[in-house]
Design a protein around this ligand. Structure first.
Ligand code: MSP
Length: 502
């Protein structure tokens, strides 16, 4: 692992408000960003919104607003949701900004000058919902787009095309050799399968759409929204402007996306970069898709989960927990929204919250709230486990598995709770002769809480700072605790108040 970690999220369409799908990718990436920052890495994390194209323009019209007014408002809802979920992005990048548009035009000019674009007539079926052409084969029985249940439009236009075919063999070789890591492994196989089927050059412009970035060499056409959206990863770093310091420092990095957009990220994007003479991403990690309580999230079914509502009910930490703990990152899965209350109460109010409460209140009651860290006498139980989990957590984050790292956090919680049950400090406290054993036990438990503050920082930024504070330690913005010879312990209100279901 190098000293730098650069993470890039998809830029989400602003045709609707942020939903759980968007939050899923972004919270998972944030946990990864926080973890590597806490391990002293120089982390860069970029998110943003995809604001051009027919899909956004149609919604603006429905709302009776200009496209710019509409995307300004909608983009702000994403920014706010990420703030409420404690997302630590360094950049929030918008494609309708002048900076992005200027830089995207410079990139188009570079592709044009390099001879990688050509003009051709195109006829095809276009689905605005997908913002892409689809083939007859992909249509369902009624001739609709299977994802959007709408008839695609037949489009016939003169478009500019990108010579994808010139780059396919190189991209394929990069993926095969893992120079461009496509993860998880099943996604790499899926992408390599695409090369076997063969892929056509794709059009990079639209004649009829007006809400977009005009091509510098053909001002009557705007960029195909997807192409300009991919450029965002480098325009956000200053590429195409006269200050590309951040670009030089942080590119290439890891593109973390959902599997729905893997082809754009693992094939088109590296090919465009090669044409520009830029290194492809180091890694494209494509996670799975989830259903909610067994069904695809959809407005019609009414099971679209709003991340803001999760924060209202469970707090920022609680929402992050519910988003990350559902199923392995990388696989498809089901989010049990019907069990959110139970899951929150069991893991956070009971297991984690109670542990902190029990340890701090007993340390206050039996040991006057002051325990020397070196009071341990030989048989520490939690400390060796902490070392083991520390390594496991590092492996999990290296493999982009925040959900697995989260399991290790709870392995510590579980062991610490069990240790309390085994040793029954309330019995030890009855006899002054046990003072040393009691101190040793609490040095172990409080050392465990110190580790817990650190381990939980990528997931629970608020609770981790509170845990550190309650045992007399500070937690830096990077998630490291200060060292102290003595734990000065305080009990306070529960970290995670129980939720009573209506
Ligand atoms: N604007 C494009 C991305 C351009 S990136 C250069 C786009 N936007 S989107 O708003 O449709 O977001 C798609 C992404 O949202 C997915 O790749 C994934 O990250 C996330 N998800 C949306 N629904 C999801 C699920 N049901 N499950 C998991 N992730 C989901 O595509």
């Amino acid at each position: 692992m190098s000293e730098r970690v650069s993470l890039f999220n998809p830029i989400y369409y602003v045709n609707g408000k942020p939903h759980l799908g968007h939050a899923y990718t972004t919270v998972a990436t944030d946990a990864v960003a926080r973890y590597w920052r806490s391990r002293g890495k120089d982390v860069y994390f970029q998110v943003g919104t995809d604001e051009h194209g027919a899909k956004n323009a149609e919604k603006a019209e429905e709302a009776g607003q200009t496209p710019q007014e509409f995307v300004d408002e909608m983009s702000a809802t994403f920014r706010l949701a990420w703030d409420r979920l404690s997302i630590t992005n360094d950049t929030f990048w918008r494609t309708s900004s002048k900076e992005h548009k200027d830089r995207a035009r410079a990139i188009f000019q570079q592709l044009y000058d390099g001879g990688f674009l050509y003009e051709d007539e195109y006829t095809g079926l276009y689905c605005t919902g997908c913002e892409k052409f689809i083939t007859e084969k992909e249509l369902d029985e009624e001739g609709n787009c299977p994802d959007h249940k709408k008839k695609p439009e037949e489009l016939s236009e003169k478009n500019w095309f990108f010579k994808l075919s010139d780059f396919l063999p190189r991209v394929q070789a990069l993926i095969e050799s893992d120079e461009l890591l496509v993860r998880p492994a099943h996604m790499k196989s899926e992408v390599l399968g695409l090369f076997k089927q063969g892929m056509d050059d794709f059009s990079v412009s639209r004649q009829r759409v007006t809400w977009g970035v005009p091509l510098p060499f053909a001002e009557d056409q705007v960029s195909y929204v997807w192409v300009e959206a991919l450029f965002n990863y480098i325009t956000g770093l200053g590429y195409g402007s006269n200050n590309d310091e951040a670009f030089t420092k942080y590119w290439p990095g890891v593109n973390v996306v959902g599997k729905d957009i893997i082809k754009f990220h693992a094939v088109y994007w590296p090919a465009l970069l090669l044409a520009l003479g830029i290194d492809p991403p180091r890694q494209v990690f494509a996670h799975g898709f989830f259903t909610v309580d067994g069904q695809k999230m959809s407005k019609t079914i009414g099971n679209v989960v709003d991340p803001n509502e999760l924060v209202d009910r469970y707090g920022s930490d609680g929402a992050r927990y519910l988003i990350l703990s559902q199923f392995p990152f990388g696989q498809d899965g089901d989010v049990k929204a019907g069990q959110f209350d139970e899951q929150y109460n069991a893991a956070l109010a009971n297991d984690l919250g109670n542990l902190v409460h029990r340890v701090t209140s007993m340390a206050e009651k039996y040991l006057e709230g002051s325990v020397r860290a070196d009071a341990l006498v030989g048989d520490a139980i939690l400390l060796p486990l902490v070392k083991e989990l520390d390594a496991k957590i590092e492996d999990a984050f290296t493999a982009f598995r925040p959900d697995l790292a989260l399991e290790s956090v709870f392995a510590l919680v579980e062991r610490a709770n069990a240790l309390i049950e085994e040793r029954e400090p309330w019995k030890l406290a009855k006899d002054e002769a046990n003072r040393q054993a009691l101190e040793a036990l609490f040095a172990d438990l409080l050392g465990g809480l110190q580790a817990l503050a650190v381990f939980s920082y990528p997931f629970f930024p608020e609770a981790s700072a509170k845990i550190a504070d309650r045992i007399g330690l500070g937690l830096s913005e990077q998630g490291e605790t200060s060292a102290s010879a003595v734990f000065t312990v305080r009990t306070e209100e529960p970290l995670f108040p129980r939720i009573e279901s209506e």
